[in-house]
Design a protein around this ligand. Structure first.
Ligand code: SAH
Length: 243
């Protein structure tokens, strides 16, 4: 799988390739799905959620630019698979999951597999995990309507945040934010992706396709540039014909 779907599709970071080769994906799936563990596809887990596609896990991990020893925050623990991949490279991985059954299941699985550097919290990850901030890298495994301000604030200087962001709950663009200074952030668009929704105070509202936080009203769109519009109004007021 690593040679064909990961390296074969352009992932070059040796640390990421080694990590992908070490984590047994079948251990993060229910038994009946284990035979599909090394297909490059997302698969269902409990609570209507998914374990991410291996290529996307590798791509997101590579986009974080980890060199080893970092403190990483993951939002959306799910099965714990991506947390294990991160833990193969980083120093400590803090991961937050909104479903208690998934958080408990992942914590148990990760402990059984010997990942002592992964710490799992049941809670709303749109608010981050304040206690251990700042983080060298933050990765979000669910798509939100915008970048949660709390996650930006919990980035260390130079830190990277990778998150799917999009106007609908099932299609997003992967975005990378790099913190340059206290109030200075760079933003790059990476690839189109389709993640499950990020539901929480700074994400989507539960059960609805609306941002949980009120968005500022959209600016009215002008069909013509302003000077042309003003000229047209003046002509109308003067009774001229619009030529
Ligand atoms: N990284 C996971 C992928 C899980 S899918 C894996 O490798 O298996 C995304 C997960 O994000 C789901 O489990 C979903 O419940 C969780 N999620 C959605 N909104 C969340 C929020 N606000 N806080 C924490 N987890 C959230």
């Amino acid at each position: 799988m690593v040679a064909r779907h990961i390296a074969g599709r352009g992932i070059r970071d040796r640390g990421v390739l080694a990590a992908m080769g070490r984590v047994p994906r079948e251990k993060f799936l229910q038994e009946s799905l284990a035979e599909f563990a090394y297909k490059d596809t997302p698969l269902p887990i409990e609570s209507d959620q998914t374990i991410s596609q291996p290529y996307v896990v590798a791509y997101m991990t590579e986009s974080l630019g980890l060199r080893g020893g970092e403190k990483v925050l993951e939002i959306g623990t799910g099965s714990g698979y991506a947390a294990a991949v991160l833990a193969e490279i980083a120093g400590d991985v803090y991961t937050v999951e909104r479903y208690r059954n998934l958080a408990d299941g992942a914590a148990e699985r990760l402990a059984r597999l010997g990942y002592r550097n992964v710490h799992v919290l049941h809670g709303d990850g749109t608010l981050g995990w304040h206690e251990h901030a700042p983080y060298d890298a933050i990765v979000v495994a669910a798509g939100g309507p915008e970048v949660p301000p709390s996650l930006r604030e919990q980035l260390a200087p130079g830190g990277r945040l990778v998150i799917p962001v999009g106007p609908s709950v099932r299609s997003q663009k992967l975005v990378r934010i790099t913190r340059r200074g206290e109030h200075d952030f760079d933003q790059e668009e990476l690839i189109p992706v389709a993640f499950v929704p990020l539901v929480g105070e700074e994400g989507w509202e539960e059960g609805a396709e609306r941002p949980a936080r009120a968005q500022p009203p959209a600016r009215p769109r002008l069909s013509r540039p302003l000077p042309a519009m003003v000229a047209a109004c003046l002509r109308a007021v003067r009774g001229d014909r619009d030529r």
